[in-house]
Design a protein around this ligand. Structure first.
Ligand code: GLU
Length: 507
């Protein structure tokens, strides 16, 4: 079998939606799995929809995800250039080749003429007029005009497009790896423009010429391109080229399963739909997974499961494990519902698995922190089980970095009994006398204290937590105590009790 070469072919019309990242990911996984090549090609033939910065955004987002292609703009490769506008000159001869083979034709109809036809059809009860194998006969093109007139028009520089001469009543059959056999009758297809009056090919022509000349073996792309596939198959046939294999990926659906996940849904429904932040030219911000604190591994792991599953219970996969497990056979046809909670779960799981040193370094980037590396790593260790994002460690664990700034009044009112302050003061005395201030020795001392006083654990442990941290839940109290150190614990007990009594007095 010839080698696997796949491409991700985004149009630079804006930032890359996470559905686009999933397409890139599946291409990447498929290529790596088969020791093949994953390349990126920028499809910018529609100059009217070009958005400055989009190409850079796409490259940066793929780099953040860790799924960089090996050929592409700025990356090199022997099949370049990889931006279609830079390949402009090569497409026209291919369009002319199709005309010579009677598979395409010149059409000279002006925009006004086309509008007139559409309007006429509408008044006759046909709202969806198409330029096709029937209507082309009453239009101004090289099939209806005398050859001499065609030559004159071309020589005079009259504007024209080149259209596909769609065969009449022919079944186009092709095999899709995900969908099986697909059959479409050409009577349902129009004479698509292949080459535009601005001298640029359309997406369809450029896509086929490039996939052929770049030796693409498999076309893996979104379901929205399935309707274009029959035309693409006919183009391969018209050129006499072998067809690549096709795999059309399922749509990404909104969390409620109601419709396609669109770029507007994200911030509206409270989750990002873009890999990284994007600000429009009007200054509107679409938020990204990166800036929301997601780890790229978690984002990618979540995306891999939107339309694919390994057929086992395993959910956590590194990129290398995904490569090993991935196969297009296990990609489903049905739309994949995006689940924001599951996405958070992936993030949480990845954060927990991360080395404390790595998290500590991330936190220092977020905020200037006045504590040693060792102490910060301990904070990470204590807090990461309760955090979803690295930054939660700083907010949820703020009391590990300094005195608590607020106290949970509700819990205090519920749990603080008239005798509690006295117990905590007694416990403070025991702490004062403790020679060793490790978590284990604090715990032993605490248990002895409870036994001696015949107290239940709840009577003292929660109040002790409240004086030290201000809140009713968190990591183990003996661990926290050892981390804060004896002096700080003693100080906090004194100040904490004062504060709590004030709160109770005011309540
Ligand atoms: N340029 C198309 C897009 O923006 C690519 C479709 C394809 O992969 O053939 O998605």
């Amino acid at each position: 079998m010839s080698s696997v070469r796949v491409r991700f072919a985004p149009s630079p019309t804006g930032p890359l939606h996470m559905g686009g990242v999933r397409t890139a990911l599946y291409n990447y996984l498929f290529a790596k799995k088969h020791n093949g090549t994953f390349l990126i090609r920028i499809e910018d033939t529609d100059q009217t929809r070009f958005v400055p910065g989009a190409q850079e955004y796409i490259m940066d987002a793929l780099a953040w995800c860790g799924i960089m292609p090996t050929e592409g703009p700025g990356l090199g490769g022997e099949f370049g250039p990889y931006v279609q506008s830079e390949r402009k000159a090569m497409y026209k001869p291919y369009a002319e080749q199709l005309i010579a083979a009677d598979k395409a034709y010149y059409a000279f109809d002006s925009a006004e003429e086309l509008d007139r036809m559409r309007d006429q059809a509408k008044t006759m009860g046909m709202p969806n007029w198409q330029y096709n194998s029937v209507t082309r006969n009453s239009m101004r093109n090289s099939l209806t005009l005398p050859q001499s007139e065609v030559n004159e028009l071309l020589a005079s520089g009259a504007p024209y497009v080149i259209r596909m001469k769609m065969p009449r009543n022919q079944d186009v059959r092709f095999h899709d790896i995900i969908r099986g056999w697909v059959v479409v009758n050409t009577n349902n297809l129009d004479d698509k423009v292949l080459f535009k009056s601005d001298g640029m090919p359309t997406y369809h022509l450029a896509n086929i010429v490039d996939d052929h000349t770049m030796q693409i073996s498999h076309v893996i792309r979104g379901e929205e391109w399935l309707p274009s596939a029959p035309l693409h198959i006919l183009l391969y046939e018209a050129f006499g080229w072998p067809c690549p294999e096709f795999a059309h990926l399922p749509l990404l659906l909104r969390p409620d399963g109601n419709g396609k996940l669109s770029k507007r849904d994200g911030d509206r429904l409270g989750f990002p739909v873009f890999p990284t932040n994007w600000t429009t030219s009007e200054g509107e911000l679409y938020s990204g997974y990166r800036e929301n604190g997601y780890l790229p591994g978690a984002f990618i792991n979540m995306l891999a499961f939107l339309g694919w599953n390994p057929g086992t219970e395993q959910e956590i996969f590194s990129l290398d494990e995904l490569v090993a497990a991935f196969s297009l056979d296990r990609v489903s046809k049905a739309g994949a519902k995006f689940d924001p909670n599951k996405t958070k779960w992936f993030q949480q799981t990845y954060l927990r698995a991360q080395d404390n040193r790595v998290i500590a370094a991330q936190l220092r980037e977020l905020q200037e922190l006045d504590l040693s590396d060792e102490a910060l790593e301990k904070v990470c260790e204590l807090m990461k089980e309760r955090a979803t994002f690295a930054q939660d460690i700083l907010t949820e664990g703020a009391y590990l970095l300094g005195m608590p700034t607020s106290f949970d009044t509700e819990t205090i009112c519920k749990k603080w009994k008239p005798e509690t302050s006295a117990y905590i003061h007694e416990w403070q005395k025991i702490i004062e006398a403790l020679p060793d201030f490790s978590a284990t020795s604090i715990e032993v001392a605490f248990k002895t204290f409870l036994t001696d006083k015949e107290l239940g654990i709840g009577a003292v442990l929660l109040p002790y937590r409240l004086v030290l941290t201000g809140v009713g839940a968190g990591p183990g109290m003996f661990e926290i105590s050892a981390f804060l150190g004896k002096e700080e614990v003693l100080r906090r007990i004194t100040l904490g009790i004062e504060q709590i009594e004030r709160i109770l007095h005011e309540a």
